[in-house]
Design a protein around this ligand. Structure first.
Ligand code: NAP
Length: 257
């Protein structure tokens, strides 16, 4: 198992116990990391505080990723409390519900802007804020979460697919920019897992069934498999990997028919 003892991490994207970001927070905590965990809006604060009670002295901070001041406050608090940062897990994504119900051709300018801002631009904002704190520690690792809808058409995934394409391109550009400071940037492309965000996609249970039927492993993946891969990329075992999209989907993507 990866040892993250003595390392400091930031986890963005915990809504509830099903969140992939929460599975990753738990795995990173078990590996010994001390964590800052953010919540989006007061409505989620209590939930995130309750979940995080099982972790070792976590720093719980508000962060709406569309708000530059809140993003800046997160890194200021981490600087004060931890004095540096070793890793960031970015698990924030959102598209207005209507954009996932209508045909893609009817995507609105506002819906496009919102989806790309929250789901893709936010990685750039977080990487920029994290970089000086990571450089102070001699380097760091940033991991985001993406989906196959970035490169293939998945029914109803619509503008989220475009946002994930932008997110994956951002991973490569950030990896190039930040590599000289020994900061790595990677994505995990996860197979479908039932979470709050996933439930917003019409036909999601059909995705689960298709993966079970067609993936080489003949099953769905679970959040712990994404979490173990994230801990690998966030920690020293992933030190030679950057700019990569690592696929954790029971092999579904290799199948032609
Ligand atoms: P989730 O639990 O709903 O997590 C999504 C998170 O994004 C929530 O915590 C959500 O908070 C947060 N978020 C939305 N708008 C935000 C904002 N403005 N500022 C800060 N946070 C914001 O669902 P999840 O499935 O674990 O999603 C995590 C990541 O995994 C996403 O990038 C998703 O696309 C990706 N992913 C998921 C799957 C899957 O099948 N579940 C597969 C591949 C990739 P609110 O609840 O308050 O909006």
């Amino acid at each position: 198992m990866t040892d993250l003892t003595g390392r400091f991490g930031l986890i963005v994207g915990v809504a509830n116990k099903r969140s992939l970001a929460w599975a990753i927070a738990q795995a990173a905590g078990r590996a010994g990391a001390r964590l800052a965990i953010t919540y989006q809006g007061e409505r989620l604060e209590e939930n995130v505080r309750e979940l995080s009670a099982s972790l070792d002295a976590p720093l719980i901070l508000p962060c709406d990723v569309t708000d530059d001041a809140q993003v800046a406050d997160v890194f200021a608090a981490i600087g004060r409390e931890f004095g540096g940062l070793d890793f960031v897990l970015h698990g924030a994504a959102f598209a207005p519900r209507a954009e996932l119900d209508h045909p893609f051709v009817d995507t609105t300018r506002d819906g496009f802007r919102t989806a790309l801002d929250i789901s893709a631009y936010s990685l750039i904002a977080l990487a920029r804020g994290a970089a000086p704190l990571m450089a102070a520690r001699g380097g760091g690792s940033i991991v985001t979460l993406t989906y196959l809808g970035s490169t293939r058409v998945v029914p109803n995934y619509n503008v989220m697919g475009v946002a994930k394409a932008a997110l994956e391109a951002s991973v490569r550009y950030l990896a190039s920019d930040l590599g000289p400071r020994n900061i790595r940037v990677n994505a995990i492309s996860a197979g479908p897992i039932t979470t709050l965000a996933a439930k917003g996609i019409s036909g999601f249970t059909g995705f689960l069934q298709a993966y079970r039927e067609r993936a080489p492993l003949k099953r769905n993946i679970d959040a712990s498999e994404v979490a173990d891969t994230a801990v690998f990329l966030l920690g020293p075992a992933g030190r030679g990997i950057t700019g990569e999209v690592l696929i954790v989907d029971a092999g579904y993507h290799v199948m032609g028919v």
